[in-house]
Write a protein that binds this ligand. Structure first.
Ligand code: ATP
Ligand code: MG
Length: 457
């Protein structure tokens, strides 16, 4: 993660590069402006992370004019211009999109000569402004400035039509509203609610990318509340929507049901957190709705139970990760986080060797962080967290996973045959090493002899 000052200086050099692009285009009598997200961010006083330029020059003209370019969507009229300093500026030819037939992309593109036409195809009023970077003048044909001022996210044109054209815009609306803390303009909200069931026409990869951004931009709670309010949640993540109204034992969860608890975790996700941590925070209790059992009055201490929810939740998380086409590495880490989240309950009773094996989980700091979020979003008791963190931080890596005194090779040399007993012996010797009961290879060999003698079979 880069620091804020790095981001600001990167943004400044990107801005200079984009300004050179505009000046070069204007130098040969084309018109050119900053457009979209960068204008919105500049007006809000945020440092844009990239700059887009809109022009009446067609892609061929843009390619001829600059030394290093590559077409990203030449058929959409988009060319990337590379600057000597490594900055890239996306240059898009003014265009009016033709009819959308598949709810995903326009079937034809018509270039246009004026900025007025170009902004009408863009998604939201706050994303539909242009700026003259030389004079600072803002071209606002859609009321974007007023909406920025009033903190409103509003579709350009007729909301129903705009979401029919491109279903992905429904998720973008939620993401931008959450990121900036804006409200969804009522007609925009109603149009999303009406069309939410069609979101599944968008590819799973694109849905995943939008949801991942919502989880890692630092406003995940608001984003998921809006997904719920718009009806998108039950379409894209029905397993998560089922958390609503699932009661929990109040002594452990004074905060409320599984959904409320999950929202409290999402609120603690910081901007720039890993996608795996974000998804695991969302999914750690996804196994609770299907394992819910009401208090059993014949039980000594009757209470709501969710036996096996971490295991079932892990299977469900894997299904979700696969459905959303996450990579194997991402899926593995998300599933490990979900699978192990209840083990913190036992950390104080664990044998030192078991605790060290627990610490071997890849990126253990993410497990710690998830447990911290989980406990602080429930009873708030952080004793297990403090204990695990202190033990983890005071155990150097070579004591968590030391070079073993004895390996399978040594056992084979001692005349043993690989099998279940063989594995058990190795584990017992490793436990003794992890717990400091043996400190040399000679002691390890002695221990092996003792173990074999005490149980010759
Ligand atoms: P971010 O800061 O997330 O990059 P952005 O506004 O720059 O926000 P991009 O996805 O980079 O968003 O898109 C750039 C611009 O292109 C938007 O501001 C908007 O004008 C337009 N745009 C992007 N996606 C769509 C879409 N699906 N439909 C209509 N216009 C879109
Ligand atoms: Mg952008």
């Amino acid at each position: 993660m880069s620091t804020e000052s790095q981001q600001v200086s990167e943004s400044a050099s990107q801005q200079k590069a984009a300004l050179r692009v505009v000046e070069r285009l204007r130098g040969v009598q084309f018109s050119a402006y900053f457009v979209g997200g960068c204008v919105r961010d500049l007006l809000m006083g945020h440092a844009p992370k990239d700059y887009d330029v809109a022009t009446n020059a067609c892609p061929d003209a843009v390619i001829k004019l600059f030394r290093r370019t590559f077409p990203v969507g030449a058929h959409f009229g988009v060319v990337i211009v590379c600057d000597n300093d490594g900055s890239q500026t996306e240059v898009a030819t003014f265009r009016a999109d033709g009819a959308y037939e598949d709810g995903r992309r326009p079937t034809e593109v018509r270039y246009a000569d004026t900025p007025q036409v170009d902004v009408l195809r863009r998604d939201f009023t706050i994303n539909g402004m242009m700026m003259d970077p030389v004079t600072g003048e803002v071209l606002d044909f859609v009321g974007g400035r007023d909406d920025l001022e009033a903190k409103i996210l509003r579709a350009i044109g007729t909301p129903q039509v705009r979401f029919e054209e491109d279903k992905l815009r429904m998720l973008r609306a939620v993401r931008f509203a959450a990121r900036f803390g804006f409200t969804l303009e009522p007609r925009t909200l109603q149009a999303i609610q009406a069309q939410a069931p069609t979101i599944n026409q968008v590819s799973n990869e694109r849905v995943r990318d939008e949801l991942t951004r919502m989880l890692t931009e630092g406003h995940a709670r608001r984003a998921f509340e809006l997904l719920d309010e718009t009806g998108l949640l039950r379409e894209v993540l029905p397993e998560v929507a089922k958390m609503k109204g699932v009661q929990q034992p109040p002594q452990f969860h004074p905060e409320g049901d599984v959904w409320i608890h999950t929202l409290l975790l999402l609120e603690k996700l910081q901007a720039g957190c890993s996608m795996e941590l974000g998804w695991a925070a969302l999914l750690h209790d996804v196994g609770k709705p299907p394992t819910f059992r009401a208090p059993d009055p014949t039980h000594a201490k009757p209470r709501i139970r969710f036996d096996g929810h971490a295991e079932i939740g892990t299977t469900m998380a894997r299904t979700i990760c696969n459905r959303l086409r996450m990579s194997n590495d991402e899926t593995e880490q998300i599933c490990l986080l979900v699978a192990n989240h209840m083990r913190f309950g036992d950390v104080m009773q664990m044998k030192p060797a078991t605790l060290k094996r627990f610490f071997r989980l890849p990126k253990f700091d993410e497990h710690l962080r998830l447990h911290w979020m989980d406990a602080s979003s429930a009873h708030g008791d952080l004793r297990l967290y403090d204990f695990a963190k202190q033990q983890y931080e005071s155990a150097p890596p070579d004591t968590i996973k030391p070079a073993l005194f004895l390996t399978g090779r040594d056992l084979i040399d001692a005349g043993l045959k690989p099998g279940p007993r063989f594995k058990l012996l190795l584990e017992q010797i490793e436990d003794a090493q992890l717990e400091g009961r043996i400190t040399t290879k000679a002691e390890a060999i002695n221990l092996l002899r003792e173990l074999l003698a005490s149980n010759p079979s």
